[in-house]
Each structure stands twice: as C-alpha cells, then as structure tokens.
Design a binder for this molecule. Structure first.
Ligand SMILES: *[C@@H]1O[C@H](CO)[C@@H](O)[C@H](O)[C@H]1NC(C)=O
Ligand SMILES: *[C@@H]1O[C@H](CO)[C@@H](O)[C@H](O)[C@H]1NC(C)=O
Ligand SMILES: *[C@@H]1O[C@H](CO)[C@@H](O)[C@H](O)[C@H]1NC(C)=O
Ligand SMILES: *[C@@H]1O[C@H](CO)[C@@H](O)[C@H](O)[C@H]1NC(C)=O
Ligand SMILES: *[C@@H]1O[C@H](CO)[C@@H](O)[C@H](O)[C@H]1NC(C)=O
Ligand SMILES: *[C@@H]1O[C@H](CO)[C@@H](O)[C@H](O)[C@H]1NC(C)=O
Ligand SMILES: *[C@@H]1O[C@H](CO)[C@@H](O)[C@H](O)[C@H]1NC(C)=O
Length: 672
C-alpha cells in the first residue's frame, strides 16, 4: 500500500497540476489511504504510527497536535478570482478512555499557514486563541468535531459538528448523526465511540454552499447533509492555503486518529477505499493498555483484596474448624465427629447453649445438623498428648457400652488442646438440680429416689463387672447422674477422669474426682479401683437420702462438715431416721431408708476391703442379702482415724494440690 497518491490524470490541466504537485503547490488534490511513509507536516503531538495511522494526539496532557498536507493548495484559479469548489473526505476515530466520556475534539481546517503554535487548547481545538478567535484576518475555515460542550462558545452539546469561520463560534452546528436516504430519519452518532466514521465537506463556489455530512464507515455518503449552510468562502480562504487537522487533549485520556483522507479541487470527492484503511489499535492493545493503566491497578487492588479476604477466610475457617487427626484414629472413624458439625450444632458454642460447667469442661446443648439429634457436647481442655490414644480407644469402647442407666456416648472430636465428647442429650438434666432445688418444691419422692439409686447401682455394676473390661467411673456424684425423658437415672461422664491420671508418675499424681466422694486410699495413692467407685457410690446414697451435699461448710464458718460424719453421728445417737431429707413429701419406707443409709456408710467405709462390691450392693438393695450387722462404733473408729485426723487433712491437701496443679478438680467446693 502506497498511501500517498498524487492525483489524477483525467483533466486537461493535469500536466500543470502534476508539475505543480511535484514542485510546491497541489492544484488537483490528493488521497491518503493510510499514512505510511506520508510526508505530512506535523507538529505537537501529531505522529504517524507504525500501523500507518495519523495520530493527532493522545494522552491527558493539555496539548495539541496538527498535521498538514505538506504542500499548499491553490484555491483560486486566478488571483482575485473566487474560491473554487472543493470536496474533502476523511475517515477518523476518537478513542477516549471510555465511550461517552468527553475528551477534546478535533477539526479539519484550511488555513494560510502551518504555524499554529500560538493557538489555544481547551475549547479552542488548536485553531484559535482567545485573542484571535473572531478575527477575519485568520482566514481559517474549519469543521469541528466537538466532543465537549463549551457553553462559552454556545456549543449545542458534547457531541456536535460545526462549521467554523475565523472563529470558534460556529457558523452552524448540529448534533452528530445522519439522515438515511430512504425515510429521511435522523440517526444519532457518537463521535468518541471508538468507531471509525467518515466525513464529507463540500463547497459549492456558485451557490457558496458549505455542506458537512457524516456517516458510519461502511455507509455510502448520505444524500442529505447534516449541515448545509451558505457562506462565501471567497472572503475567507487565501489563494494558497494548507489543509490539515488539528486536535487537542484535555484531562480525559483520549486519542484522535485519521485513517484516510482525500482532497479534490473543483471535483467531487475522490473516494477512499475504506477496505484498505489501516486498522485502529485494537481494544486490548495500546488503547486498552491505556485504559488498563487506570483500570488495572484498581482491578488488581480489588482482586488482591478479594483474594486476600478469601485466603483469610480460608485460613480462618481452617483455624476455626481445625481438628487434630492422627493416623491411629482411622479405626475410630465412625465415632469421630467433625468440628464443623459440632460448631454448627451448638451455634458456635454459644453461651445460651451452655448446659453447665463441671467436671472437666463445659457442656453445651446442640442439635446435630443432619440427624437433628439432640446432643450434649462436652468440651474438655486437654493439652497433653500423653495417653490420648488409649483414652480415645477407651472412649470408643465406652461408646459401645449400652446400658439403660448410662448416658450413651456417641463419639468424639479432637482439636489442638481440646477434646470434645458427644453424648446423647438428657432432657431432664442432672439429679443434683432436683435434690437441691432452691424453692424446696416438688422434691423427688422416696420411691423415685430409690429407683434412681437402684438404676445407678445397676449402671456402676455394668461398668465394673458386666463389660469386657473393668471400667472405673472415677467420678460418681449426683451431678453426674442425669435424668432422661422418663426420669430414669443415667450415669454420665464415665472414664473421663482417667484421662487425667494416665501415665503420670506417682510423684505428681493428681487426685481426680470430686471432694467429698474421694476414697481415702485414692487420695493417698492416687490409684483408682472399683472400690473407690464404691466409696463414691456410698456417699451418693447418703446424698440422695439426706438431700445434703457430701461436704457442707458449717454455719459457724469453722471448717467443713462431712455428710458421712454427720450421718454416723446421728446413727450413734440413735437418730438415723432424722437424717432423711425432710422434703420427701409422701412419707417414706423407714426400712428402705435405713437400709440405704447403712449401706451408704458401709460403702464409704474408710477401709477399702470393708466395702462391698457393686454386685453385693445390688443384692443388698434388692433385699436378696441381709446387710451385715455393723455397729456405728466400728465405723466411727475408722472414720475418726481417717477423716478427723491426718487422713482427712491429707485428702484435703491432696485435693487442693490437685486443683492448683491441674485445674481439673472443679466443683470441689461442696462436692457439686
Ligand atoms: C517533505 O515535505 C517538506 C515540506 O514540503 C519538504 O521540505 C521535504 O523535502 C519533504 N520530504 C520528503 C521526503 O518528501
Ligand atoms: C453511551 O452512549 C451510547 C449511545 O451513544 C448509549 O447507548 C449508552 O447508554 C451510553 N453509555 C453511558 C454509560 O452513558
Ligand atoms: C510561529 O508563529 C509564532 C508567532 O505566532 C512565531 O513566534 C514563530 O516564530 C513562528 N514559527 C515559525 C517556525 O515560523
Ligand atoms: C440540525 O440540522 C437540521 C437540518 O439541517 C436543522 O433543521 C436543525 O435546526 C439543526 N439543528 C441545530 C441545533 O442547528
Ligand atoms: C439524538 O441526540 C439528541 C441530542 O443528544 C437528542 O436530543 C435526540 O433525542 C437523539 N435522537 C435519537 C433518535 O436518539
Ligand atoms: C463571494 O465573494 C467574492 C469576493 O468578496 C465576490 O467576488 C463574489 O461575488 C461573492 N459571491 C457571491 C455569490 O456572493
Ligand atoms: C471547474 O470544473 C468545471 C467542470 O466540472 C469547469 O467547467 C470549470 O471551468 C472548472 N473551474 C475551474 C476554475 O477550473
């Protein structure tokens, strides 16, 4: 493609025209189909791009650019004659950072000089300045393609075409658009639409008509011009004049391009072959890279934020729902709950779901997401990895324990520093709530209490003797006895205590259990056995019958009073009946209460070997075996030795040590 073609051999005067063209003056005209290699006179920002486009201006700086056909054109045949008819057509495109955002416009112009250094930007389009605008000595004819509404110059809108003569105030202007040839309907066009468009400017020397027509690129010239005005250009254009383009940029990033251009003197337009025009920079190449200069950082910032947030969210969720899972746990899979499920079951371990804080941690009520099963979720803080494997194995094996007097353990979950046990939810709460009701109302009847006692005895018996291995509960007490919907007693929390005394050397053995239920030898040796459970069960019997806590702070505040001692003392004085809970409403079976009280004392015998086994306890309760005749004195002797003297002090000191050491012995005060 050789873009600069100096024109036409059809006319008689062609020899002259051609010879003039090769010298300094073009008489006939020219045609550019693209501007590759064209010798245009450029100033300011104007440049010819590597893709053969004439780029008049680009960027956001307030600058201008001009491009002229290098040689002046002879507009008058003879000096003093009138300006000849001429026809110009050009294809242009305005690319602003975003369509519809106003950038500055551009103009086609005819002027006597290519020196336009003193012209202004902004509204002046590089054609005039404030002083020169309106001065007839300018001898400038221009067609402005204006994308800014400058009210100072009476611009009609920010998308108009105007005919300017010596002044930036247009002689006539109109909204950008065209009339279609058939219906004559008007179609709006947007100058800075990024689309190439074609403009025709025609002057008729006889009628002195100036017409301007615009149409989308591939459309032939519409018959009806957009602007048709009468102006005698003989009074404006000089004999020799340059033709070219002017453009300015402003604060909105924009680029102005001319793709093709032709000029014909005293002839109709030399058609531009639009198919051979160079291509505009594609969106995504230079232009859009300019756009990206602004959009990309914002988009990147947003992306970084979004990704950052997603990562944070991811890690937060990972952290929030993090679990500890080890290879050996695979076999316990089915008993393993996901922390996420438990988290949602308890609504994030919310306080309102807190059932209680006891034993080794807090218990929350929850509803499992899928099965909708009501559960009690116990969070046990557990830092040590020691013995956890054995413990989990035990939890799982205990999970297989099924007995109507045991709270079913459904499974577990582990996190860092935390062990979570999932139990079936017992709707009626723990027994101590009923035993120590503040309002003193509707206390449990003796019949019910006896039923509970027998139930728990069966449960402990099952743990001790009826399961494959001996399970020592280690923390039998009223608050660990739960009542199901049918008010049946079920023992909960079994085996938990073991977690805390496993594999620890005897020097630092923690006494685990609850104050008041601790067998003396447990306090001494730290070694739990079925008989230490029996001891606690004995205290439990007294507790249920008397409705008193195993350890009560005496009213005078001078130390504590042990329930066992108190019952023993009453028995000694022959007042055993007086110890029975006065809140028992419907009277009671004196024989049964005496049996239970004596059995309770026997079970909590300070000498382990003197205690019965759970099987024997069952036989006594069922009346299958007669309680051995015992004198209160025999018990008192032992009790006095163990509880009143150093033995008890020892228990106390050990218990306090346990609290300070491990913080595991919660609920110590009063044996809750
Ligand atoms: C380009 O045009 C200028 C001005 O008419 C002229 O001086 C120069 O020699 C031309 N250059 C070429 C390569 O045609
Ligand atoms: C941009 O202009 C076109 C028509 O020229 C119009 O359809 C479109 O809605 C405009 N967009 C905005 C954002 O104004
Ligand atoms: C262009 O015109 C200005 C005055 O408007 C003048 O100062 C300058 O010298 C001229 N430049 C040329 C190259 O003629
Ligand atoms: C636009 O052109 C039409 C026809 O040439 C004319 O009737 C109308 O007044 C013009 N509008 C303006 C704003 O000049
Ligand atoms: C053309 O644009 C003008 C000015 O923006 C507006 O008044 C007119 O309604 C538009 N016409 C059509 C057909 O969109
Ligand atoms: C146009 O102006 C020229 C010079 O002033 C004059 O000779 C000519 O008669 C005018 N043409 C018309 C149509 O008025
Ligand atoms: C312009 O062209 C017409 C024919 O199209 C011709 O009659 C006329 O003489 C020409 N004018 C000049 C000044 O050459």
């Amino acid at each position: 493609m050789k873009p600069q073609t100096v024109v036409l051999l059809l006319l008689p005067s062609l020899f002259l025209g051609l010879s003039k063209a090769t010298s300094t003056i073009d008489d006939a005209g020219f045609i550019y189909t693209g501007f590759g290699g064209a010798n245009l006179t450029l100033d300011g920002m104007a440049t010819i791009t590597s893709s053969s486009l004439l780029q008049l201006s680009s960027g956001t700086a307030e600058r201008k650019g001009h491009a002229f056909h290098p040689n002046p054109l002879r507009f008058r045949k003879a000096s003093g004659g009138r300006v000849q008819s001429f026809s110009i057509t050009f294809v242009f495109a305005i690319l602003s950072i975003a369509p519809n955002l106003s950038s500055h416009g551009m103009a086609f112009l005819i002027c006597p000089s290519t020196n336009l250094t003193s012209t202004g930007t902004r509204g002046f389009l590089g054609l005039f300045n404030r002083q020169s605008s309106g001065n007839p000595s300018n001898h400038i004819f221009a067609v402005e393609l204006d994308t800014i509404q400058n009210t100072e110059f009476q611009d009609i809108n920010d998308n108009h075409i105007g005919v300017d003569v010596n002044s930036i105030h247009s002689v006539q202007s109109n909204y950008t658009g065209y009339y279609d040839d058939n219906q004559g309907n008007f179609y709006n066009m947007t100058l800075n639409s990024h689309e190439p468009m074609q403009v025709w400017v025609d002057y008729d020397e006889v009628a002195t008509h100036v017409s301007v027509t615009i149409a989308p690129l591939k459309m032939p010239k519409p018959i009806r011009p957009l602007i048709l005005t009468t102006f005698n250009l003989s009074t404006v254009i000089t004999d020799l004049a340059y033709v070219g383009f002017s453009s300015t940029t402003g604060s909105i990033d924009s680029e102005h391009y001319v793709l093709g251009w032709s000029f014909a003197m005293n002839r109709s337009t030399l058609g531009i072959d639009v198919d051979k025009l160079p291509k505009l920079p594609r969106e995504g190449s230079k232009n859009s890279s300019k756009v990206l200069e602004i959009v990309l950082p914002i988009a990147t910032a947003i992306l970084v934020l979004v990704v950052g947030f997603a990562i944070l969210q991811f890690f937060w969720r990972r952290f929030k729902y993090a679990e500890l899972r080890e290879d050996w746990e695979v076999e316990f899979g089915p008993h393993r709950f996901s922390y996420k499920d438990l988290f949602s079951a308890t609504q994030g371990f919310k306080d309102k779901n807190l059932l209680g804080v006891g034993g080794f941690g807090s218990v929350y009520k929850g509803v499992l997401p899928t099965s909708k099963l009501e559960v009690a979720v116990k969070k046990v803080s557990h830092e040590s990895r020691q013995g956890i494997k054995e413990f989990i194995a035990e939890v799982v094996s205990i999970g297989r324990l099924r007995h109507r007097n045991l709270v079913p353990l459904l499974g577990y979950c582990r996190r860092r520093g935390e062990l979570i046990l999932v139990y079936e939810y017992m709707s009626n709460g723990s027994l101590d709530k009923y035993l120590y009701r503040q309002d003193g109302k509707s206390s449990l009847s003796w019949v019910h209490r006896f039923h509970i006692i027998k139930g728990i005895a069966l449960g402990v018996l099952y743990l001790h003797e009826e399961w494959d291995q001996i399970v020592i509960h280690r923390d039998i007490k009223a608050s660990n006895v739960l009542l199901d919907t049918d008010m049946n007693a079920r023992l909960g929390d079994f085996g938990l205590a073991k977690l805390y005394d496993h594999g620890i050397d005897p020097q630092t053995t923690h006494v685990v259990g609850t104050m008041g239920y601790l067998a003396p030898e447990l306090a001494r040796t730290g070694k739990a056995s079925p008989l230490t459970d029996v001891f606690a069960f004995g205290v439990f019997l007294l507790e249920v019958t008397c409705g008193r806590r195993p350890v009560e702070h005496s009213r005078q505040g001078s130390g504590v009073s042990m329930l066992v001692d108190w019952v023993l003392e009453k028995w000694h004085k022959g007042l055993l009946r007086k110890v029975v809970d006065p809140r028992i409403q419907d009277g009671f079976d004196a024989h049964q209460t005496t049996l239970v009280l004596k059995l309770g004392l026997l079970c909590s015998h300070p000498v382990a070997d003197a205690r019965p086994t759970m099987r024997q306890v069952m036989q006594y309760l069922d009346g299958d075996m007669k309680l051995p005749e015992q004198m209160p004195e025999s018990l008192t002797l032992g009790m006095q030795f163990l509880t009143r003297s150093e033995g008890f002090d020892y228990i106390m000191s050990q218990a306090s040590t346990a609290v300070s050491d491990a913080g595991t012995l919660t609920g110590l005060s009063g044996g809750r």
